[in-house]
Design a protein around this ligand. Sequence first.
Ligand code: KIV
Length: 322
Amino acid sequence: MEVELVDTPAHTIRSLGVIKSLCPASVGVLATRHHRSTRIEPFYRFGVDTTHMTTTRGLRERDDPITMLTAYDALTARIVEDCGIDIILVGDSMGTTVLGYDDTLPVTIDEAKSRTAAVDRGTDDALVVADMPFLSVGVDESETVRNAGEMLKDAGADAVKLESGPHTVEITERLTQLGIPVMAHLGLTPQHVNQLGGYTRQGTTTEAAEEIIELARDHEAAGAFTLVLEHVPANVAERVTETLDIPTIGIGAGPNCDGQVLVGTDVMGLSEEIPPFAEQFGDVKREMTDAVDAYRSAVESGAFPAAEHSHTEPDLDFDADQ
Ligand code: KIV
């Protein structure tokens, strides 16, 4: 069966929603390279699930970069989707942003599954990508497959993201073969914070940059459908983007990726601190603080609850002895 490529609003990659319904086990990705008034090279790629027994590739135009943002609950995911964000990442950044851990290492597979399921319940069309927590992949093959598979089967994710390195090439290949779409992640991989000595820039020497480019190629060859590049020089990200056919999504990686991702709480103004490459676009913490303060002082002053917040039942006949 040939799959027709349909025109969807240029603003979003909601075509992924179409793909989602066409082929839940596969993911399509559409991207446009922003080569600053030179070549615009869009591409579109998806696999159709085995019931259709065919794969179609085609080209489509899309002028705007892919947008990805993290969310960890249904309420926020609904807002993020309604804003037209293409991909919702249920990042293991949940560890520091909403679960109160010092870093992402303690996040458990159950916490990640529960948060992914909530995000899935809060969304209709957005592509939901579940970030695999520290040590939930790579320790043992069958456990890796079970953990990643349950993100799709139980939690409703459309794909998983793996913090990547030489050890994830084979894992990416295996998961992809099994129908679990993989988003790779190179550059700064926060699960390696104890080896990196902090959340430091990566790919800053020619050798390190070449290693990232090679690993990016390896993950593409292994079947990754897209690649996150974190905290790497813009020229390294540009080079990787030119080299690969799959889209790159940058965070602290400059403007020449096919898309951008940030942590939702940083964007909204809920984080205590944001990394140097992020940007706060709102002040939700101020709004929340004002609302909670106003509530507290209304209760303390007796202004709340007012008459309209409760009612009296006129026909009640209390026993005078009680
Ligand atoms: O966990 C996360 O939020 C991430 C993004 C920052 C890419 O991995």
